[in-house]
Design a protein around this ligand. Sequence first.
Ligand code: AHM
Ligand code: MG
Length: 343
Amino acid sequence: MAIFSTSKLVTIERHFAEEEDLHPEATGEFSRLLRDLTLAIRMIARDVRRAGLNDVLGLTDMHNVHGEQVKKLDDYANDIIFRAMDHGGHLCVMASEESQGLIPIPDHYHKGKYVLVFDPLDGSSNIDVNVTIGTIFSIYRRLEPNATTDGTLDDVLQPGYKQVAAGYASYGSSTNLVYTSGHGVDVFTFDQTIGEFLLTNEKVRIPNKGTYYSINEGNYHKWDKNLQQYVDYLKNDYPDKPAYSLRYIGTAVADVHRTLYYGGIFMYPADRAYPNGKLRLMYELNPLSMLIEQAGGRSTNGSDRILDLTPTSIHERAPVFLGSPDDVLEAEMFLQGKHPTQL
Ligand code: AHM
Ligand code: MG
């Protein structure tokens, strides 16, 4: 598939403005929120590109040549998003994978009607070795739209189907921003020479079935038998199904990004070490699931739709099976012991 599949020359801000035009009642607040968030992503992308040069790789409690305290890149990304988003007047509260509790909007700033939930730098184990990492975000409306007080835990603990928008930035061979507000999935690529994200792939559709599976297979002996049987099935040739190839980067953003384009299945299941899986429902699974569904894919915990799960704590985890609809449905049959090869 050609990645550059649109002929329109559209910046991401223009795209946000066009989407806003679809809502005559819109005040512009949402577009301004997205503009601020895009600024944070551009700054994180810049620092990821320079990571080997400016001492942000894995170091803490040190000072760089300018006398500034050196932070690990994930802490740094967390700070950048906070500083870009705390004062715009659009948000009433934030939550981040890197912060233990809720992140309040400082007292002296206006509290808006949206909630931002984010993983500032996904794929921590890949930061120091120059492998793709990402930023993931979700936006919700606060429960009481006209309130001007601080957002609450209930404002944050909303099921994923209530997301107003979701997206991720993937810092790879180029920087992609993949975004949905419930009208399909659009992909933007950062052009460093003009400092803009340009629309490069409109309304992406995931293939119904793929040929790749993606899972940390080092955990095989910690899985339950049905999952082992599914992965064994994927690896074997059958008359109507050639063996799948394994791809696993260890950055959810990157593994999901490949799955979005090429199809197949990405899994982080429950295992003996992580009885609820490793990935976080609010910071990773809800936004990635919204994107996958908006592209025509499927995302479940093995039986229930991820977007229907109601979180009970902000750092809650859940198992995930997401990707091409036919592949995920087949995985679910195996997990429930109902696939013909198991009978
Ligand atoms: P992080 O948010 O601390 O980076 O952890 C989440 C990452 C995901 O990006 C990735 O899918 C997973 O951890 C990989 O875990 P593992 O090393 O167990 O395979
Ligand atoms: Mg993460």
